[in-house]
Ligand binder design. Structure first.
Ligand code: SF4
Length: 426
């Protein structure tokens, strides 16, 4: 029986109890969230996964996307990226390979982690079509559904599926034009396929069949944002909102069919439009879990896009986004390496926490850090830091003469002076 069915029947499963304990909420809160579609726990009947709750009232979760490209196919590096992402605190992984043997890479990545793993079946379907027929627009619809089921059987927990791109959305895009095109690979492939074949997107026209596959293999459906803008200039335009409306409608159908559902949001968007995007999505979709991709809040900082995305992600999370996809320093420049993945996860975790401080009033760790700083308890400060090893290594690399202070102010450590003069114990 699927988690939604269990939740609707009033049954508490082990996954619901584990998520509740991890989040420090009542199991009944998690069960109700699953039953009404506001919380998902991406599971798989084919392998053990550490349960991860995503949705209203829970901590903002961070996804790390990894995978080969057509230029760089290094399976060992991808496995290492998966391990580093998990060790650094990512909550989920997306395996988005576009080069090499898809089955082999995905299986090895899935076998190397206990995190929920997501995929985009469309990538494999279009690239296999290019390999077989020489063109993405010759992709066969049956192949797309076969690949979706095949990836599910490997133990994939959630899939980004580009359901909201339909003839209406594409017409809207054609009518309005775009400055920076589309930045979604799946969206670009599917739009080209529809225009070439003059056919409806099969993921939209055969949505009920797609739901049967999702339900049979208990995959969580992440409704892809294929129309997301690739440049700030095009943010929150008619094509993107059209797709959001389609996805919101379809997300209700998915939930009614017993399929857990997430809705994806935009990628490039200025900070003054973030709150409106989150609130609109939540309103239209009946508060389904919202997955924000970044978002990038300026286009002019390649090399530092992990920081740009963290600014966008913190505001998104504070506004109500439930799930954020990390961005690495290599964004727009190269395939991320292992260090890029680590930096991406850490910055996204910082952003998620900043959002949770507002959204969930989650401030206890900050309070404890404030106390530890006041009392110059260095060991405790490292324990509470998001990246303890890095914090310790910075201090150790510039050891102070006075062990209580640090080399920033040395003899004139304000905290030490205050500690000697006042008693702020609280
Ligand atoms: S030396 Fe300055 S920076 Fe370092 S702990 Fe003291 S007050 Fe803070």
């Amino acid at each position: 029986m699927s988690l939604i069915t269990e939740a609707k029947k009033g049954n508490l499963t082990e996954e619901m109890k584990l998520v509740a304990a991890d989040e420090r909420v009542e199991p009944e809160f998690v069960r109700r969230g699953l039953a009404n579609g506001r919380i998902v726990i991406p599971v798989s009947p084919y392998r053990y996964t550490k349960p991860c709750g995503i949705g209203k009232g829970l901590r903002t979760k961070v996804n790390a996307s990894i995978g080969t490209s057509s230029d760089i196919v290094d399976i060992d590096m991808e496995i290492e990226k998966a391990k580093v992402a998990e060790a650094t605190g990512a909550d989920t992984l997306m395996e988005l390979s576009t080069g090499g043997d898809f089955y082999d890479i995905r299986k090895k990545v899935i076998d190397s982690t206990t995190l929920s793993v997501g995929s985009v079946p469309l990538y494999q379907a279009f690239i296999e079509s290019i390999r077989k027929y020489g063109s993405a627009v010759d992709m066969k619809e049956d192949e797309l559904f076969r690949i979706t089921a095949e990836q599910a059987k490997l133990g994939t927990n959630f899939m980004a599926i580009h359901t909201g791109i339909n003839l209406l959305t594409v017409e809207r895009l054609k009518r309005q034009g775009r400055f920076g095109g589309l930045c979604s690979r799946g969206g670009a492939f599917m739009t080209a396929w529809m225009l070439h074949n003059e056919k409806e997107n099969p993921l939209y026209s055969e949505f009920d069949y797609l739901l049967e596959i999702m339900k049979e293999h208990e995959v969580t459906l992440s409704m892809g944002n294929g129309m997301r803008a690739g440049a700030i200039h095009d943010s929150t335009d008619r094509a993107q909102i059209q797709e959001l409306i389609m996805n919101s409608e379809l997300s209700d159908r998915a939930h009614e069919a017993g399929v857990q559902t997430i809705v994806e949001g935009p990628g490039h968007i200025p900070i003054d439009e973030i709150d409106a995007n989150v609130k609109l999505m939540k309103r239209l979709s009946g508060e389904k879990p919202f997955y924000m991709l970044g978002p990038l809040v300026t286009d002019i900082a390649p090399g530092y896009d992990h920081i740009v995305a963290a600014i966008g992600a913190s505001i998104s999370s504070a506004s109500g986004a439930d799930f954020i996809c990390y961005v690495t320093p290599a964004e727009h420049l190269a395939l991320p390496n292992i260090e890029d993945v680590k930096q991406g996860v850490i910055t996204a975790r910082i952003a998620a926490h900043i959002g949770d401080m507002v959204k969930n009033n989650d401030r206890e760790r900050d309070l404890n850090m404030g106390r530890a700083r006041r009392d110059l308890q260095w060991g405790r400060m490292f324990e509470l830091a998001i990246d303890p090893a890095h914090a310790k290594s910075v201090r150790d690399s510039r050891s102070p003469a006075d062990e209580e202070a640090c080399t920033m102010c040395g003899n004139y450590c304000a905290l030490k002076i205050v500690k000697q003069s006042f008693n702020f114990e609280r």
